[in-house]
Design a protein around this ligand. Structure first.
Ligand code: NI
Length: 150
């Protein structure tokens, strides 16, 4: 495992759409392990592969209950709203308020390519939305209010 360099706002890769993951092999597992370690090292709640320079639809999230890996994730249902502070490891030192669903149900594949479905709420739901935006080349600062330096 290794800590990878996190791309920062302004890097052109962060504005590109990520491609489907098609190979569930050791190379992917190494990437996922590195992403988890990189996220932990920076105290993040989520990280998308594009943030370490890999344009693939791979995401890791740790919303306080351990690492969840999401490959080719899609939100299939959402409910309610939550409005609150969000940050991003690619936009260091900033926070802003973003409206997100309170609950989302997503479909994804695990590192072996097996499909699973999960319903999550609160911070986990916020992280899923934020990371899926990364896969579309979008940064939260484009939709945030009250952006502040901290
Ligand atoms: Ni982010």
């Amino acid at each position: 495992m290794a800590i990878r360099k996190i791309l920062k706002i302004g890097d052109e890769l962060l504005y590109k759409k990520s491609h489907e993951v098609t190979a569930f092999d050791e190379r992917l597992w190494g990437l996922l392990d590195d992403m988890a370690e990189t996220m932990k090292d920076s105290d993040g709640a989520g990280l998308a592969a594009v943030q370490v320079g890999i344009l693939r639809r791979a995401v890791v999230i740790d919303a306080g209950e351990g690492i969840t890996e999401l490959l080719n994730p899609k939100i299939i249902a959402s409910e309610g709203t939550q409005y609150g502070a969000e940050g991003c490891l690619s936009v260091p030192g900033k926070r802003g308020d973003v409206m997100r669903p309170m609950q989302v149900t997503f479909e994804a594949q695990n590192r072996n390519g097996e499909k699973y479905t999960r319903m999550v709420t609160g911070l986990f739901a916020r992280a899923v939305c934020h990371e899926l935006d990364h896969l579309e080349g979008k940064l939260y600062v484009e939709i945030a209010d009250n952006l502040q330096q901290y």
